[in-house]
Design a protein around this ligand. Structure first.
Ligand SMILES: *[C@@H]1O[C@H](CO)[C@@H](O)[C@H](O)[C@H]1NC(C)=O
Ligand SMILES: *[C@@H]1O[C@H](CO)[C@@H](O)[C@H](O)[C@H]1NC(C)=O
Ligand SMILES: *[C@@H]1O[C@H](CO)[C@@H](O)[C@H](O)[C@H]1NC(C)=O
Ligand SMILES: *[C@@H]1O[C@H](CO)[C@@H](O)[C@H](O)[C@H]1NC(C)=O
Ligand SMILES: *[C@@H]1O[C@H](CO)[C@@H](O)[C@H](O)[C@H]1NC(C)=O
Ligand SMILES: *[C@@H]1O[C@H](CO)[C@@H](O)[C@H](O)[C@H]1NC(C)=O
Length: 664
């Protein structure tokens, strides 16, 4: 029999003869819960002071919470996962064999936010001996408004290049997208693409064809919103591969969603709920009547921000694998004020290099992920006096390999440090997240790998002023870190950021009172109910990581072996206190195997059991979770005592010892 894991019913089964103390037990459990909630804010702390290069020598300092679960609520319990679990460690390795970008040390061009110039020091590498026959051609390019004579398959790929402007030394940039080709003695010797973030006129209309030159003033009651995706990174893999960025986020008190469960297989079915609040399957009736339609009529969340006076931006670091372009048509109009696809498509096609599995890692001498980060940085500088909603997604580096995010850790950390130093983080909500964990490779044959695939990371970084002004909303978000959550919730959360009025304390209270608790998408600024299940949250059974439990016969070898292990563990807890009797197993009262989602055929890794046993002498009843890995049992987390110890433990004074000691 398989039932949704319910600790209360297990307890009732476990202690039939102890009904008279049931209430006391509940009181005891509640106090335990209280401790658990209070200890639960940080799972992993990386001590930045001792991080040093190279990556392999990083020393991690863990502060493990005293519990065996990632989240544990009435509706959903998710197993505890450890970044460096024994079943995973062997797959974790810095990617030392990654090739550098073409010309990474020998580029002929460099740029900053306003200029592009020639690096004459590098002429040598290109056999250029005199600069008299050397020149570069600067061409800006853009996507033409008109779509005539365009084959519909490449409607989003259309581009027009402007006149060539020759320069030999330095040139001031006045355009958004630029290609430069350098020629020496009539031969092309170097080509590179550059993206800038010039201030654009604010377009008041979604059609973008009528301009409204008024500059929207900064409204101090609202915050910029930056959504930054890192494709295919589980929460555990973020902890393993980007420890510096993690430490930075922890220092800034970013809120990490521990129970964030994906709702579809790959990027698209997870990004659509995030951006539109609907399922992939509902696109057809909402805005994509045919599979070969463009996304122009879809209800993207950035349209709401647009109407509220925000500039909007959409950028991914790939065109080929772009969320709306991979086997899809993309957009025919420009979906946002700043739209990076045209640039990515041209640069990928012409100077994309270092192809590794699915992705071109490099744009000429630069990693694509760096291009994206630098672009976000310039955009925030250009729009520092306006409001910005930006949706950005990194794909190239993280899409295919478990460990490649390690390469990006320094860049993301310094990206955030820079935004902090300009003051931008004080007026901006940042959501750094992924869509799912890695979906292939050796790690996927392990149980933890399957769970990681379904549990992507999410951090919400709130500016301090928002935390202070919207206290109830912030507290709700903080508690929701330990609830079952989804991309549908993030969508509802974003809508709340369009107009901060929604987050004023009294409005949060009023909205909370009206909740049914079974809404599919719940703003994370409201309380997500503890009894939420995968079914009410809109997570299909296949992707659900919440436990189910399967009864194990009490006389089976699994039950008795693990029970012996549990008693041995309790004996070690009182070791050194001679007044406490050695305990032995009296009876196994209950045993259940925890199944975290649906196991896959041939899956390797741990199995997890919840046991209730009675010890003698004294008749203490203990409950604990045990893991079995390669024929070895280990207690996972703490051991609970389900009946009262009373006078039995009068000979010890330490609270935790009292739970386990029988004074002999
Ligand atoms: C580029 O320069 C760095 C630092 O000077 C060096 O470590 C690296 O090996 C060089 N890369 C190539 C491809 O030469
Ligand atoms: C970019 O570099 C040029 C040339 O060195 C310099 O004149 C300009 O001020 C720089 N721009 C910025 C924004 O730093
Ligand atoms: C430069 O010249 C050397 C020797 O003729 C040749 O081996 C090399 O490939 C040339 N490099 C480039 C970038 O053309
Ligand atoms: C350009 O190259 C040609 C042929 O290689 C050479 O004759 C001429 O002197 C060069 N011009 C300059 C200005 O260096
Ligand atoms: C700024 O916020 C105020 C108060 O909420 C609102 O009335 C006003 O319309 C907002 N201005 C803009 C430009 O959004
Ligand atoms: C969750 O609890 C609320 C209030 O206690 C109740 O109304 C609701 O039916 C419960 N939902 C589920 C799915 O059990």
């Amino acid at each position: 029999m398989t039932t949704r894991w319910n600790p209360a019913s297990l307890l009732r089964v476990a202690v039939p003869g102890y009904r008279y103390i049931f209430i006391l037990v509940i009181v005891f459990c509640l106090s335990f819960l209280f401790i658990f909630v209070n200890n639960s804010t940080e799972i992993l702390v990386v001590d930045n002071e001792i991080i040093e290069e190279p990556w392999e020598t990083h020393k991690y300092v863990y502060e493990e919470v005293e519990n065996s679960f990632t989240i544990k609520t009435e509706g959903c319990t998710i197993s505890k996962l450890r970044p460096f679990d024994d079943s995973i460690k062997k797959y974790v390795k810095y990617p030392t064999d990654m090739k550098p970008c073409l010309n990474s040390n020998t580029s002929l061009l460099e740029s900053n936010e306003t200029h592009i110039w020639v690096l004459k020091d590098n002429f040598y590498f290109h056999n250029i001996s005199d600069d008299g026959n050397f020149s570069c051609c600067y061409k800006s390019f853009s996507r033409p408004d008109s779509v005539s004579n365009i084959n519909s398959k490449s409607i989003d790929d259309r581009v027009q290049y402007d006149e060539c402007i020759l320069f030999t030394d330095i040139i001031e940039v006045l355009n958004e997208f630029v290609r430069v080709i350098c020629v020496y003695q009539d031969i092309d010797v170097f080509e590179q693409y550059f993206v800038f973030a010039p201030k654009k006129e604010f377009w008041s209309d979604k059609n973008f064809y009528e301009s409204d030159p008024t500059e929207m003033p900064l409204n101090n009651t609202e915050y910029n919103v930056l959504i930054m995706g890192i494709d295919a990174v589980s929460r555990m893999n973020f902890h393993r591969t980007m420890p510096k960025t993690l430490a930075y986020l922890n220092r800034r008190n970013a809120i990490e969603l521990l129970g964030y469960n994906k709702v579809g297989d790959n990027t698209f079915p997870n990004v659509i709920p995030l951006l539109m609040g609907i399922r992939e399957f509902d696109l057809k009736k909402t805005c994509l009547p045919r599979s070969r339609s463009t996304f122009d009529n879809c209800p993207f969340v950035w349209d709401w921000f647009k109407e509220a006076g925000f500039y909007t931006a959409l950028g991914e670091d790939t065109a080929r694998l772009g969320t709306f372009n991979y086997f899809r048509l993309g957009f025919s109009g420009s979906p946002t004020d700043y739209y990076l696809y045209t640039f990515m498509h041209e640069s990928e096609k012409n100077v994309g290099n270092n192809k590794d599995f699915n992705s071109y890692l490099c744009m000429g001498n630069k990693f694509f992920y760096r291009v994206l980060l630098d672009y976000i940085q310039s955009l925030t500088a250009t729009l520092k006096n306006n409001k910005l909603f930006g949706f950005f997604w990194e794909v190239t580096m993280s899409h295919d390999y478990l460990n490649y995010p390690m390469v990006m850790d320094d860049s993301y950390e310094s990206f955030f440090r820079n935004l902090e130093s300009t003051g931008y983080l004080d007026q901006t909500v940042v959501i750094l997240l992924s869509d799912h964990g890695i979906r292939w490779g050796d790690i996927r044959s392990t149980k933890q790998g399957r769970l990681e695939e379904r549990l992507p990371f999410v951090f919400v970084l709130l500016p301090p002023s928002l935390r202070e002004s919207y206290e109830t909303a912030t507290n709700n978000l903080q508690s929701n870190a330990r609830r079952l959550t989804t991309p549908f919730d993030l969508h509802a959360t974003l809508l709340d950021l369009v107009n901060m009025n929604a987050l004023v304390d009294e409005n949060v209270h009023a909205r909370t009172a009206k909740m049914s608790g079974s809404e599919r998408g719940i703003s994370l600024f409201l309380p997500v109910p503890r009894n939420r299940t995968c079914a009410t949250a809109g997570i299909d059974e296949h992707w659900c990581t919440c436990h189910t439990s399967r009864k194990v016969p009490l006389d089976s070898a699994e039950a008795t072996d693990s029970a012996q292990r549990l008693i041995a563990h309790v004996n070690t807890l009182v070791r050194g206190h001679k007044q406490c009797a050695q305990l032995t197993l009296d009876a196994v009262l209950d045993a259940a195997e925890v199944e975290a989602g649906t196991a896959e055929h041939g899956e390797l890794g741990w199995r997890e059991f919840v046991l209730v046993v009675r010890a003698k002498p004294g008749g203490a009843i203990f409950e604990s979770t045990l893991r079995r890995e390669s024929a070895h049992w280990a207690v996972s987390g703490s051991v609970s005592r389900l009946n009262l110890y009373g006078e039995q433990s009068r000979c010890v004074y330490d609270y935790s010892l009292k739970l386990y000691c029988f004074c002999g």
